[in-house]
Design a protein around this ligand. Structure first.
Ligand code: PFF
Length: 444
């Protein structure tokens, strides 16, 4: 029965590999290069990294398999895919509301994501013009402060980024984006490796590695665990239907398990490499790793300003960060666009309507730091885990097991049972426990 369903309007990715690249493009973004290093810095290093890795393995990967499965089985946008599968399983079609909430989460993420992506674009221009190549560490720090103080400059780049995102989405994701990520993701990877090499030679690599991998659990409080779990969702683009929306275009009926493992592994390796590129430089320059969102925009320019070829590498690095952000932001509004399209809007109108809404929200983020912080905190730490919880319950408890087995295409019955166990018990209980713990209602 599942094989008879075609993707929305018959669109599918060219191959399974294109899906992997598109989903990796969604997963790898500012979360890996900007957010992961600075929250690791804020929450104390190794124990945080370990908690985050555990969340990826025990919760993130199982939920991602569930999302791809729902998208491919439902062959529609997240809201319609979920209500279709719910009806088919004789459950309430209100399950579709999880997809609708996802559209809202995507918009809310875009409202601060595009602002940070705008900073990266600004840094492309600054690097290319050599603006920070002769500055010392302190001047570079205040240079970033100046950008944050200039609402006009932030608005300019934020607008450019929203426009870029909207143009790609309006043209359709399956065509251009596959080819783009095919070239750009390996470039990002190579560039990060070069930076890790630079960092190993010029930075305090040992201190950086100690910071990332020494585990001092006494520093791990409820909030840190919540943030680690929230980040696992954020970095894998889970809990809001982005991966589901892409799953709707998944070609054929091959197993989802290995595909998802590849995506999660690439995402995790890139986050760890980003940390390894930055922390040795932080320590070598006597900077503090817990300084917050400015980490990438302060430490890397410091490194580049000391580096021969820094002008070139700096420009290249921030270009690639911008592109990584773009391949993620596309997936932030795609679920909403696909949903509106299904309900009678044409694609360009739906795209510009949603991107315009995110653009307005972004202006609020630029003007009020509290709005920026609230959107970031609420989406990553509440809405995405909650979305993931409902998705896990839906696939784990509401859909009949034989149907789920057929749709995931997982051949080994042991792997299937292990995955289903994680999805039915570990993921929901883990998410609930972390929520309760962070509210102070559960201690351990
Ligand atoms: N995964 C992206 C990142 O790490 O930057 C952010 C993101 C994209 C979150 C798409 C959620 C999403 F649906």
């Amino acid at each position: 029965m599942s094989k008879a369903l075609t993707a929305p309007e018959g669109v599918t990715w060219k191959s399974r590999w294109t899906f992997i690249l598109a989903a990796t493009g969604s997963a790898v973004g500012l979360g890996n290069i900007w957010k992961f290093p600075y929250i690791t810095g804020e929450y104390g290093g190794g124990a945080f990294v370990l908690t985050y890795l555990a969340c990826i393995l025990m919760i993130g990967i199982p939920v991602m398999i569930a999302e791809v499965m729902i998208g491919r089985a439902g062959r529609s946008n997240p809201a319609d895919a979920m209500s279709r599968l719910a009806k088919e399983s004789k459950r309430s079609s209100y399950w579709g509301l999880v997809g609708v909430a996802g559209v809202l989460s995507g918009l809310m993420i875009m409202m601060f994501y595009s602002v940070v992506a705008g900073w990266a674009l600004d840094y492309v221009a600054q690097s290319a013009s050599g603006a920070y190549s002769d500055l010392d560490a302190e001047q570079i720090e205040s240079n970033f402060g100046q950008l944050l103080a200039s609402n006009g400059q932030q608005l300019l780049w934020h607008s450019v980024f929203c426009l870029l995102t909207a143009s790609v989405v309006a043209a359709g994701v399956t065509k251009g984006i596959g080819k783009a990520v095919d070239i750009l993701m390996p470039m990002l990877f190579v560039c990060l490796l070069l930076l890790v090499g630079y960092s190993a030679i010029n930075g305090d690599f040992a201190a950086g590695l100690h910071f990332m991998f020494d585990t001092d659990f006494s520093r791990l409080n409820g909030e840190a665990i919540l943030v680690a779990m929230g980040h696992a969702f954020f970095t894998l683009s889970l809990g809001m239907g982005a991966i589901m929306a892409y799953g709707a275009y998944f070609p054929g009926h091959s197993s989802i398990g290995k595909t998802v493992l590849t995506i999660a592994a690439l995402d995790t390796v890139i986050a760890l490499l980003a940390g390894m590129a930055m922390f040795p430089l932080v320590f070598a320059n006597d900077l503090v790793p817990g300084q917050g969102p400015g980490l990438m925009f302060v430490t890397l320019p410091i490194a580049f300003s000391n580096m021969s070829g820094g002008l070139f590498f700096g420009t290249l690095f921030f270009t690639l960060v911008s592109i990584a952000a773009l391949s993620s932001s596309i997936s932030l509004i795609e679920p909403g666009v696909a949903w509106l399209e299904r309900h009678g809007f044409n694609r360009p109108l739906a795209t510009f309507g949603l991107a315009g809404t995110a653009w307005l929200g972004g202006i609020a983020s630029i003007h009020y730091e509290a709005v920026f912080n609230a959107l970031d905190y609420l989406t990553a730490n509440v809405m995405l885990p909650l979305g993931g919880l409902l998705i896990a319950i839906f696939v784990g408890w509401q859909m009949p097991a034989p149907r789920v087995l057929d749709e995931t295409g997982i051949v080994s019955s042991r792997v299937f049972s292990a995955w289903r166990f994680l999805l039915r018990y570990i993921a929901p209980l883990g998410i609930i426990a972390v929520f309760l713990h962070s509210l102070g209602l559960l201690t351990w």
